[in-house]
Design a protein around this ligand. Structure first.
Ligand SMILES: [Zn+2]
Length: 745
């Protein structure tokens, strides 16, 4: 066995002489060569047929939280991991998970209509008929309610949509609003509607978003059919995700629960998602003015704002039960630094059968774990501890990851190096977002992954695709900057607790852009649909396993953790510039509007046949003091450059204490007081927007204060953010001193 292995290694080296010249950040030259060989062996292992079989098995029946098959899947994955030879276990939590007891939506008046609220089975699609196990269409964490009122159309239901309504003199007080899916996370829609006095909220899938405008509808094509509806959570996750009854602590046995009626994250009004077939009669009943052009969807009707003369009646009630969660966790102990953990995760629960979301990510992750286990048998020993997680309960509220990480918070703060995350995956281009101290690392790894369709590396492909879509300065930058920029992470998946709550550097990755989706959170997101329309031969499932697995290995085996801070400093500088522009724009906008009001612009705009409510004059915002942030940004740039240079000069050689410092570089970017009004969110650079949900707000404390015109708070947050950044500066200086070139400075 040993001889064969040595021979194989020799052969690998002989066949790939280029591998010996590999240079990886944080690796001494010789270790880089060995690492390159192991990684190459690893990337040959993931098997498309095994990924297909994983998906087939896991998607065979509906597997939402609390269902029989959810538990069955967890046990099956545990058995798989053990059969690969890995040390694995299931960690169980119990959390709130409401399911529908009754749902009713009807239109009263001259043309009465009762919504079907049912996605029909499709003959060619074998699992679409598993009605007895399917969760009905509903929005989880909607409150119970029975309300009647006129209907008003609110476009996407974002704060800016209500500004348009205000101008048109339309109030939603006492109304049931109808909002279309898209543009914001769905949970924002009922939240903002309730703030404006609506009594109920219905959310529908307009065909413009993912129906016939985008392509043929299922089963002829992949897109959402007339009766297709999008389930999903509407919990107020920008306040905190996870079990609503145990914020900040793990939902383990004996955990103190806050009473249901005191939970802040359940919606204030009842909510229900519907198909466009069900939405059409409600939209047709709307009267009043026609909507602004960009509010129109793709249905063959004239979109009116409302209100409707006919009343709508919405009644929903739920079983407010606590259900078990099954997180499956496998651990490979590190040989040299067992106390430094690299964590990988993807969820396994789904709304229904969930082939795309999440199994197109889960199935490759399982195959990735098998491939690493195979390498272990061949003699590979990771230097750091590797942890593979398969989360339950992501869909309702990031339950499995949040409760696990809250339970293990102290250990994670001490030991976690990074969290590498995926979710649904598709055919197309490499995409990654995450912590900017890992931006360079993500770029480095992507250059070693072959794109299945073009044969070029996935980094090169996405760079060229981005160039074709970019203009002007952005295009110049794509051509000239060494690394592709990665976007910051908002929320909407399992990295949230790691990055935003604990300050663990995180990366979210996947492939997509060539297949179109179209069945998000529907009963048709299943094996039949996925294997007919999406990554049908699983070559991008394989690419995902290769990419994430390579990241895990390269992070686990590095002599010096491969963080790079020049890109972080560059990004912070960019955010600061944006914030200053935002503050100036806000001031100019208010000044200009005040002037127009005095000039009589709004008197001139009056059309007697339309309603126009003129705005009121506002106080002109004060100048903010950005000096502390400017100073911190400059200091960070200097310290980052010095550290990066010192590491380069050391050619990957550094003392063990250096890793201990590097492990804390994301942690110090948190502020234990958290964001104003939402202390659970502690990262000073990234947070999901309070009014955008999935959408990220960068330097959120400052940005949201400016957007929401809280000027004193903005000045305060500038200081708090600057303080965190100065801690980063100190840490980088300390780290640089541990390197020969850094200590001489
Ligand atoms: Zn998902």
């Amino acid at each position: 066995m040993r001889l064969a292995l040595a021979l194989a290694l020799l052969l690998a080296a002989a066949n790939h002489p280029a591998d010996t010249t590999h240079s990886f950040r944080g690796y001494a030259a010789q270790n880089a060569a060995t690492e390159a060989q192991w990684e190459k062996k690893f990337r040959d292992l993931p098997d498309r047929d095994r990924i297909r079989e994983n998906m087939k098995r896991l998607s065979a029946r509906p597997h939402h939280v609390g269902s029989a098959y959810d538990k069955d899947n967890a046990e099956w994955m545990l058995a798989q991991l053990k059969s690969y030879g890995l040390d694995a276990q299931i960690e169980t939590f119990t959390t709130l998970f409401p399911t529908p007891k009754s749902r009713l939506l009807e239109l009263q008046g001259p043309a009465p209509f009762k919504a079907k609220l049912q996605e029909p089975a499709v003959a060619v699609d074998p699992t679409s008929s598993q009605a007895s196990e399917q969760l009905p269409t509903y929005n989880a964490f909607s409150r119970d309610g029975d309300v009647t009122g006129p209907v008003v159309y609110v476009n996407y239901g974002r704060p800016e949509d209500y500004e348009v309504l205000d101008k048109m003199g339309i109030s939603v007080k006492g109304a049931i609003v109808i909002a279309r899916y898209g543009a914001s996370w769905r949970g924002i829609k009922p939240k903002v509607a309730a703030e404006h006095g609506a009594v109920g909220c219905i959310i529908y899938s307009d065909p413009e978003e993912d129906g016939y405008t985008q392509g043929d509808v299922f089963p002829a094509g992949p897109m959402r059919p007339p009766d297709g509806a999008q389930r999903g959570s509407v919990m107020d996750m920008p306040v905190y995700p996870g079990d609503p009854q145990t914020p900040g602590i793990g939902a383990v046995e004996g955990a103190k629960l806050i009473p249901l009626d005191q939970v802040q994250t359940i919606t204030k009004i009842p909510v229900l998602p519907i198909s466009y077939a069900d939405a059409t009669p409600f939209l047709k009943a709307l009267e009043g003015e026609t909507v602004p052009e960009d509010w129109r969807g793709a249905l063959p009707l004239t979109y009116h704002i409302g209100p409707s003369k006919a009343q709508a009646h919405l009644a929903v009630s739920f079983n407010w039960d606590r259900k078990p969660l099954y997180d499956v966790v496998a651990r490979i102990p590190g040989a040299k630094y067992p106390d430094q953990w690299i964590i990988r995760g993807n969820h396994h629960d789904a709304w229904v059968n969930g082939a795309e979301d999440p199994l197109s990510g889960t199935s490759p992750e399982l195959e990735e774990a098998r491939a690493l286990a195979e390498l272990l048998k061949q003699g590979w020993k990771p230097q750091r501890t590797i942890i593979y997680c398969f989360w339950d309960g992501e869909e309702p509220a990031l339950l499995g990851s949040t409760e696990w990480a809250e339970t293990h918070a102290d250990e994670l703060k001490q030991h976690a190096v990074a969290y590498i995350k995926s979710d649904g995956n598709g055919r197309g281009y490499f995409r990654a977002g995450g912590s900017h101290s890992l931006e360079s690392f993500v770029n480095e790894v992507a250059k070693d992954i072959d794109d299945p369709e073009t044969g070029m590396n996935v980094w090169k492909r996405v760079r060229l695709v981005d160039i074709s879509n970019a203009k002007g300065k952005d295009r110049d930058e794509l051509r000239s900057r060494a690394d592709l920029r990665i976007p910051a992470l908002g929320s909407g998946s399992d990295y949230t607790v790691f990055l935003d709550h604990l300050g663990v550097a995180s990366v979210n990755l996947g492939y997509g852009g060539e297949d179109e989706g179209g069945q998000y959170h529907s009963i048709y997101d299943d094996f039949y649909w996925y294997t007919k329309f999406q990554d049908t031969d699983f070559s991008y499932g394989r690419a995902l396993a290769q990419t994430a697995g390579t990241m895990m290995m390269r992070m686990a085996d590095a002599d010096v953790l491969p963080f790079q801070f020049g890109n972080l400093a560059d990004t912070v500088h960019l955010y600061l510039t944006q914030l200053k522009t935002l503050a100036t724009d806000k001031r100019d906008e208010i000044k200009e509007r005040n002037r127009e009001i005095t000039e009589g612009v709004y008197d001139a705009l009056k059309d007697p046949k339309k309603t126009l409510v003129p705005p009121k004059t506002e106080d002109v915002p004060p100048y903010l003091n950005f000096a502390p942030l400017e100073q911190a940004s400059d200091d960070l740039t200097e310290a980052a450059q010095a550290y990066d240079k010192a590491l380069d000069a050391a050619a990957g050689n550094g003392p063990a204490e250096l890793n201990t410092d590097l492990l804390r570089t994301e942690r110090v970017l948190t502020d234990e007081k958290g964001l104003p009004n939402r202390p659970w969110f502690q990262h000073v650079l990234y947070a999901p927007g309070f009014y955008t949900g999935y959408g990220v707000k960068t330097i959120p404390g400052v940005r949201e204060a400016i957007e929401q015109k809280r000027w004193t708070e903005a000045d305060e947050q500038i200081k708090r953010t600057a303080t965190a950044l100065e801690h980063e500066v100190d840490l980088l200086k300390q780290a640089a001193k541990l390197l020969p070139a850094g200590s001489s400075q």
